[in-house]
Design a protein around this ligand. Structure first.
Ligand code: GUN
Ligand code: FE
Length: 463
């Protein structure tokens, strides 16, 4: 158009929900989201503003205005803050044993198969597509001990357009890990991790949405002191993310206490593994001192409420972490400790578990002693965990619909939800979306300004 200076790659017109903070959700009603060439939200224009009509006119004239249909709404893409990619092959099964037996009976044998790169390709490719279809635009993955297959996972994220943070798992203690599935020794675990970091940093250069290497000691029980120390040093050398499991289950929590005479949090900190870029999964048994340490270090908790119902032996006190200690918290599916790849399912479970923690469960106890007061979290808080909380945990500008954040979104179609009135308040629609939508209701998914899923066209590759 002559005389018009086109600033944006495209403009989207629609109503969106986004966390203002951990408690409050903002409704951006019928707003114009202006997206830059690099996939960033650079401007949001509201209907009260002068530029509104002009921008609609200009961008529709050049076919760069996407207008959401009636009944469609925008949510930020979800951030899955803890997921084991190889365990996708056993999702929905093997949930009958406690953590230690589950690892040895089902999980280590399965993960050992990822030495076969063709098998890894099949599982990883299917998982990344499935997560995208479920609205997960960023994921923090554990892969396996195998560097090559772990790199393949990062490449698949890069190719399919998902923002992936990937760790080659380290588990080198010959006392704790089976001979058929472990790192040869600490030195090799460190050198393989360093090579992996370099390879993923290289891959990142040609990945617009970003792929990131993650230093990944499986958990303290599976690692020698040499590998823990070496991994802390590597994370500092390359300034990369760190992930592990922390104080999950009676067994894992007590094991660390016996070995080091302190809780996981302080032991991990001794090895330089509690940093601003660190994310620790589960954390059901953190003491007040541990929580304070997390808060001071800026280390985040990945809350995995479905998995915790099977393996956690306790409900993680999310309300306390958020409100009393201002710890960064996000939400993880923990496939396959958690059976569902959907963060919608984990949002619901986070709310339900927290309510059970508040009320308590044993009717033999009096109502005064049955539960833990002030433990329940709201739906808004659970939504925050799955979106903005995840982004903050990773120190990435994702999970919010705000200026300078990535255009990582899902478009939800509410046509098939039980909405019967034109006057339904938008906050009620928001709640129905969170409680009732299924993957079929997710119409499109975008990452960094690129469409990666269109319900009517299957997954779009590298467009
Ligand atoms: N602790 C160590 N490894 C694992 C794992 O794969 N899943 C869970 N939930 N906990 C772990
Ligand atoms: Fe896990």
């Amino acid at each position: 158009m002559r005389g018009v200076f086109i600033l944006f790659k495209f403009v989207v017109k629609g109503t969106a929900f986004s966390s203002a903070d951990s408690k409050n959700v903002t409704i951006l009603e019928d707003a114009l989201f202006c997206i830059s060439e690099s996939g960033i939200i650079t401007k949001i224009i509201f209907s009260s503003e002068e530029e509104y009509a002009k921008t609609i006119h200009e961008y529709s004239a050049i076919n760069k205005l996407q207008e959401l249909a009636k009944g469609q709404y925008i949510l930020p893409g979800f951030v899955d803050l803890h997921i084991h990619a190889p365990q996708w092959a056993q999702a929905g099964t093997a949930l009958d044993l406690p953590l230690y037996d589950w690892l040895n009976t089902y999980t280590f044998p399965l993960e050992s198969k990822f030495s076969d790169e063709q098998f890894a390709e099949k599982v990883y490719s299917d998982l990344v597509s499935e997560l995208i279809k479920n609205g997960t635009t960023t994921a923090l993955y554990f892969a396996t001990v195998h560097r090559e297959a772990s790199l393949r996972l990062a490449e698949i994220c890069s190719e399919k357009g998902q923002r992936g943070l990937v760790g080659k798992v380290v588990m080198d203690d010959p006392e704790q890990n089976p001979e058929y599935y472990r790192d040869t020794n600490a030195q090799e675990a460190i050198s393989e991790t360093e090579l992996f970091i370099q390879e993923v940093l290289e891959l990142n250069k040609k990945t617009p949405q970003g792929v990131y290497p993650v230093v990944t000691p499986r958990f303290i029980p599976s690692c020698t002191e040499d590998s823990l120390k070496g991994l802390g040093d590597l994370a500092a050398k390359y300034d990369v993310h760190i992930q592990s499991h922390c104080s999950e289950s009676d067994w894992a929590h007590s094991f660390v206490k016996e070995r080091f005479g302190k809780n996981d949090a302080f032991a991990l900190n001794d090895f330089g593994l509690l940093t601003e870029k660190a994310v620790m999964a589960h954390c059901g048994f953190l003491s007040d001192k541990d929580m304070k340490l997390f808060s001071e270090k800026g280390t985040a908790v990945a809350h995995c409420p479905i998995s915790n119902a099977y393996f956690g032996n306790a409900v993680t006190p999310i309300a306390k972490l958020l409100r009393e200690y201002q710890v960064e918290v996000g939400l993880g599916s923990d496939i396959s400790g958690g059976f569902s790849p959907s963060l919608f399912d984990n949002i619901k479970q986070a709310v339900m578990s927290s309510r059970m923690l508040e009320d308590g469960v044993d009717k033999e106890c009096s109502s005064e002693t049955r539960g833990v007061p002030n433990s329940s979290i709201t739906l808004n808080e659970a939504f925050y965990l799955a979106t903005a909380g995840g982004g903050e945990s990773l120190s990435l500008s994702v999970g919010k619909l705000a200026i300078d954040y990535a255009w990582d979104i899902q478009i939800i179609d509410t046509q098939e939800l039980p909405i019967f009135s034109e006057e339904e308040p938008l906050m009620d629609i928001f709640q129905k979306i969170l409680y009732l939508s299924r993957p079929e209701n997710i119409r499109e998914v975008w990452v960094q300004g690129r469409k990666v899923h269109d319900k009517n066209m299957k997954i779009l590759k590298g467009q």
